[in-house]
Write a protein that binds this ligand. Structure first.
Ligand code: PBG
Length: 319
């Protein structure tokens, strides 16, 4: 058979495949989420996230040093708030001696070059488990934004490099940027969860932080998974309002959205390979149905190929 082109030539052996690979992963691609709890020497495996832990600050600092030595350069902090400190205002979120603020300081002291990002949303602090303030059964936008601004300033004050608002309230990026500017935090970045969908795949995360909504769901603020154009609108508005990085979340069922947003903006795009996506790989691997290492590499490479410049993932440490 005469063929003018034989595409298999470029797949013939590992060397040529490596030479023509369009996508490769490096530690510079990853953001490592960390779950922090009160106490000392605490290391609690999260039931629905095998091999992933919620740790006290002392153990967290040790892990951050390990991550840095592995070449990882960015952590994203989440804290678990005690029930007695939760209310409907989220006030604990901007307590200058709160667990988040102490964690930011301890991590920056221990590994100053590690880029520290912080989750900004009220859900871990909310007695209702919602990302905002609740009034008459509704999550109110503008009052929540005021709370998020206070929270962001307090994280910046503690030394956070980036605040990462994950709440999906309207106008919060512009308000946070204004708050940071007015308070002299001109070096603090904003990574906006711009296209964050109301997803069933957040379940294991809510176990990790005990932050499941007490009533209803998050569909009045997080996006409807039927929508694509709306994601571009959200990302463009966040860039306009001052976001340094925009995020698409979840990642795997949303690869089309990652690409769409990547093509629309001129800032780095991140994607969050979330808890339920982690849990699915872990569960199938445990059953012996897929090869865990191969599944992780294929998944993360696909997210990067889709257009993610950065990937928040619970798999970063293993790779
Ligand atoms: C809360 C927040 C969530 C995640 C990150 N920040 C959960 C939610 O919106 O209910 C999910 C992360 C994951 O599932 O890995 N603002």
């Amino acid at each position: 058979m005469y063929l003018q082109r034989r595409n298999r030539i470029l797949r013939g052996n590992p060397s040529i495949r490596a030479l023509v690979a369009e996508t490769s992963l490096s530690p510079n691609d990853f953001i490592v989420p960390l779950f922090i709890d009160e106490g000392e020497n605490v290391k609690m495996e999260i039931a629905s996230m095998p091999d992933y832990y919620r740790m006290s600050l002392d153990n967290t600092v040790k892990v951050v040093k390990e991550l840095w030595n592995m070449g990882l350069k960015c952590v994203l902090l989440f804290i678990k708030c005690k029930d007695e400190w939760k209310d409907n205002t989220g006030a604990e979120a901007w307590n200058e001696n709160g667990l988040m603020q102490r964690s930011i300081k301890a991590i920056k002291d221990a590994v100053p070059e590690m880029v520290v990002m912080t989750d900004v949303a009220l859900d871990p602090y909310s007695s209702y488990g919602h990302d905002g303030i609740v009034k008459n059964g509704e999550i109110v936008n503008d009052e929540t934004v005021e709370a998020l601004v206070k929270m962001s300033i307090s994280h910046a004050q503690a030394g956070a490099d980036f605040v990462a608002p994950s709440d999906m309230m309207d106008g919060r990026i512009g308000a946070i940027r204004k708050g940071l500017e007015e308070n002299g935090f001109t070096k603090t970045g904003i990574m906006a969860y711009s296209a964050k969908y109301a997803s069933c795949f957040y379940g294991p995360f809510r176990d990790a932080l005990d932050s499941a909504p007490g009533f209803g769901d998050k569909k009045t603020y997080q996006m409807d998974y039927s929508n694509r154009i709306e994601a571009v609108k959200e990302a463009l508005m966040d860039v306009e309002e001052g976001a340094d990085i925009v995020m698409v979340k979840p990642a795997l069922a949303y690869l089309d959205i990652i690409r769409e947003v990547k093509n629309a903006v001129h800032v780095p795009v991140s994607a969050y390979n979330i808890s339920g996506e982690y849990a699915m790989v872990k569960a199938a691997a445990k059953m012996g149905w897929i090869n865990e290492d191969k599944a992780i590499l294929e998944t993360l490479t696909a997210i990067k190929r889709a257009g993610a410049d950065l990937i928040a993932t619970y798999f970063a440490k293993m790779r």
